[in-house]
Design a binder for this molecule. Structure first.
Ligand code: HEC
Length: 453
């Protein structure tokens, strides 16, 4: 009974799916689908000479992290927690959470989801798209950045000059646009992409009235209501901006561009720069180290640097399961120098200036709040003492942020009395120090909270 109902329902459905009458009946294809598995080649262990020296760090790295796969599984995955900005989970870019995506990060552009202009690292900028007129009244010029200013449409006369912030499309170019200022130009704005071969191909157009504004590098394109969709489409194609962070430095120029992971060049890999907070002496914007997780150890860093150094820059693909060449790695000469903990963070240059500027207003002078003077000379010594709010803890317990009451107050730990520091003098509520400052203070404590060095 039951069965026959289902069977008849099924035949009705089949009839519906196949279409009633008329439609040609489906013919099953014949033959088989060939299957030739192309599996990645597994690394041939022994292709590199193992390290046989006596440095315990190198020996440990070689034992625990023999290949790129181990590096990704044991170091990268742990370092890249979802709560920090160094590398991300699968929802964000870069995604380093599988060995496959980690391998794909080699030579991949960095900093694609910066969140704010200030966190774009110049050397992650790419060569911008170029712009000219389809009518070719001037040679293509690289685009620095663009902006669509939203607002009610205002129609300007041909000989009027719209203000710099007129609603519409604003292009900020690398060089002045060689067109007369002070009057409108009709033209088909053409966006061209450089495909590395020197050849530029046009990929988007926008036809409107244009004006050259300000210093000549600012092009303004009018956007009528009926053109709004065209401008949306333009934005949707993903125009590459050569000066994405709008600081007038075109980072991809003069071979200054860096990828996420740079084969053969660990010192110029964005991931390493982010972990260290600097690259070749220049600061790299963004949170320096994963706050939520343990920072990579010297052993971890050695594996990362030796792995990157050993990658052939001319290869087309890389095999993560090949052994890391520790014996031939330049970093084994001084692995300690790779320590992230404490690197570049000193009391006098970094920690005290933060405390003086963010805390000194209340914790200084004749009667400092809570009796804690962070402003005057001798602050470092005073922080060795016990807190009044929790007399079982010192303000700073070298090497142990979790036992340092000053750190717990800054982190807003659940165990503290009173408010998270610093107090916002405007409303007496709490605010948090910026992540990079918290990061520095935590790093300094972990590294032994030294007064000098
Ligand atoms: C606007 C004033 C104000 C600012 C700014 C401020 N504090 Fe405080 N701080 C207080 C007050 C008031 C207390 C006591 C009440 C409380 O803890 O909420 C306090 C208490 C503390 C305590 C506990 C003292 C003890 O003996 O246990 C620490 C540690 C501390 N602050 C550190 C800081 C640090 C570090 C900063 C800067 C990052 C800072 N505070 C900025 C007002 C301020």
């Amino acid at each position: 009974m039951m069965r026959s109902t289902i069977a008849s329902m099924a035949s009705v459905l089949t009839a519906l799916l196949l279409g009633c009458g008329g439609a040609p009946s489906y013919k099953e294809p014949e033959g088989t689908i060939p299957f030739e598995p192309t599996r990645p080649e597994l690394g041939s262990p022994g292709a590199v000479t193992p390290y046989t020296g006596a440095d315990p760090i190198v020996l440990e790295a070689q034992m625990k992290l023999p290949t790129g796969v181990d590096l990704q599984r044991k170091v990268i995955l742990r370092t890249c927690g979802p709560t920090n900005g160094v590398c991300h989970n699968q929802k964000e870019y870069p995604d380093l959470h599988t060995t496959g995506t980690f391998a794909a990060a080699i030579n991949a552009p960095c900093n694609l989801q910066p969140g704010s202009f200030a966190s774009v690292y110049d050397r992650c900028e790419r060569v911008g798209d170029s712009f000219n007129f389809g009518e070719k009244s001037f040679p293509a010029i690289e685009l620095g950045w663009y902006e669509v200013i939203v607002g009610a449409f205002v129609e300007y006369e041909d000989d009027e000059v719209p203000p710099s912030d007129a609603p519409g499309l604003h292009l900020h170019m690398r060089e002045p646009v060689p067109l007369a200022q002070g009057r409108a130009h009709w033209g088909t704005g053409t966006f061209l992409r450089n495909f590395g071969t020197g050849e530029k191909l046009s990929f988007a157009n926008y036809n409107t009235r244009w004006w050259v504004l300000d210093d000549g590098r600012h092009l303004y394109g009018e956007v009528h209501d009926y053109q709004a969709e065209d401008v949306e489409e333009l934005q949707a194609v993903g125009i590459i901006q050569g000066d994405w962070n709008r600081n007038d430095l075109f980072g991809a120029r003069e071979n200054q561009g860096v990828p996420l992971l740079n084969p053969g060049k660990p010192e110029e890999s964005y991931l390493v720069g982010r972990l260290r907070g600097h690259m070749q002496g220049e600061p790299v914007p963004g949170t320096r180290m994963p706050l939520a997780n343990q920072p990579p150890s010297v052993t971890d860093m050695l594996a990362l640097m030796c792995w990157l150094e050993g990658l052939d820059p001319n290869a087309a693909s890389w095999n993560l399961s090949s052994p890391i060449n520790y014996a031939g790695c330049s970093y084994i000469a001084n692995p300690q120098a790779l320590s992230l903990v404490g690197a570049g963070v000193t009391w006098r240059e970094r920690v005290w200036p933060i405390l003086k500027s963010s805390c000194g207003g209340c914790h200084g002078g004749a009667s400092p709040q809570a009796g804690l003077d962070l402003l005057s000379e001798g602050a470092w010594g005073r922080l060795r003492g016990l807190s009044t709010q929790n007399s079982t803890l010192k303000f700073i317990d070298a090497g142990r942020p979790e036992k340092s009451y000053l750190w717990l107050k800054l982190a807003g730990d659940g165990s503290i009395s009173g408010r998270r520091m610093p107090v916002d003098p405007l409303n007496s509520g709490s605010r948090a120090l910026p992540a990079d400052q918290l990061d520095s203070i935590q790093t300094w404590i972990l590294a032994g909270a030294l007064e000098d060095g």
